[in-house]
Design a protein around this ligand. Structure first.
Ligand code: CIR
Length: 292
């Protein structure tokens, strides 16, 4: 794994500093390391689901989650992140907040700083408090403040650019606060008005090499014109939330059509069972914060 990581970093440097070689390498390299243009991540933070996890917010209509199965699936998720080369900090369950295993929503972590969010869901707003001392060990902190609201599930990074979804959870004031912080560190951003999805990354995810995995609706959005889009049919929508991490792509198990599309495009996805998180509207990206 370390060797692959090294080779990817070397590739990234060549890509950045030598444009001609980069074009050739990009063509050859994609067949070997489809995700090689992704920035390498080193750390992840996760939180074990709490025993009242079933009391979290959901619109899925898939029945109550099985707590013991959720714990098993969470353990396998952490193992998968470790196999992708990440050092994982796993936090204890937090009984006060049934949705607290979905840590992605509590922060946006960039190389320079961790931005603590202000979740739009009232029942989740205080989740951020216990994340602060954890993230402080890695980064200095900045904050999204009221009246701004923002959840990490609405933030999609593509290299040095960020797409920020405007949803019921993330309002324009919160998105613009994040944008201002990002600009300060030399990143750019685009706001993405959304109609129905819970979060932006519920329906569109960057999986490296200029590829987006996207719902039919997002695939038509002119904001994403410059990407190569792999469309996900409405009945497979849950699988639009795949997790590209270092040289790997993790996808939810049981979506053969999406698996096929990804394989034909050169990916070799790792499947994970996450049924008990789907029941609570959570996907693969929601379960961790990942950073360098
Ligand atoms: C919620 O509704 O907030 C949780 N039940 C699911 C959050 C999923 N998070 C994410 O997509 N980033």
């Amino acid at each position: 794994m370390q060797e692959v990581a090294l080779s990817n970093e070397l590739f990234l440097h060549t890509y950045l500093y030598c444009p001609f070689v980069s074009t050739i390498l990009q063509i050859i390299n994609f067949s070997v390391f489809p995700l090689a243009l992704q920035v390498m991540m080193h750390h992840a933070i996760t939180r074990i689901p709490c025993s009242n996890y079933r009391n979290g917010i959901t619109t899925a209509n898939l029945g109550e989650p099985d707590y013991s199965l959720a714990l098993t699936q969470h353990r396998r998720y952490v193992e998968a992140l470790e196999q992708c080369g990440l050092t994982v900090t796993t936090l204890d369950p937090d009984l006060l907040y049934p949705d607290s295993c979905f840590v992605e929503d509590t922060a946006v972590v960039i190389d320079e700083v961790a931005i603590i969010t202000n979740p739009g869901a009232a029942s989740r707003r205080e989740e951020v408090k216990s994340m602060q001392p954890v993230l402080q060990q890695f980064r200095k902190l900045e904050f999204i403040t009221a009246p701004g609201t923002l959840e990490g599930g609405d933030v999609m990074q593509v290299d040095r650019h960020f797409y920020i979804g405007l949803t019921n959870r993330t309002n324009e004031a919160g998105a613009l606060q994040l944008g201002e912080i990002l600009n300060k560190y030399g990143y750019t951003f685009t706001l993405v008005p959304m109609t129905s999805a819970l979060h932006l990354k519920t329906v569109v995810n960057y999986i490296g090499n200029q590829h987006l995995l996207a719902s039919m609706e997002m695939a038509k959005n002119p904001l994403f014109n410059k990407f190569k889009i792999l469309e996900v049919a409405d009945e497979d929508l849950y699988a639009a939330n795949c997790l590209a991490i270092n040289d790997q792509l993790i996808m939810p198990a049981g979506f053969d059509r999406v698996m096929n599309t990804l394989q034909k495009t050169g990916y070799k996805p790792i499947e994970l069972e996450v049924s008990e998180f789907e029941k609570m509207d959570g996907g693969l990206t929601c379960l961790s914060l990942r950073f360098r």
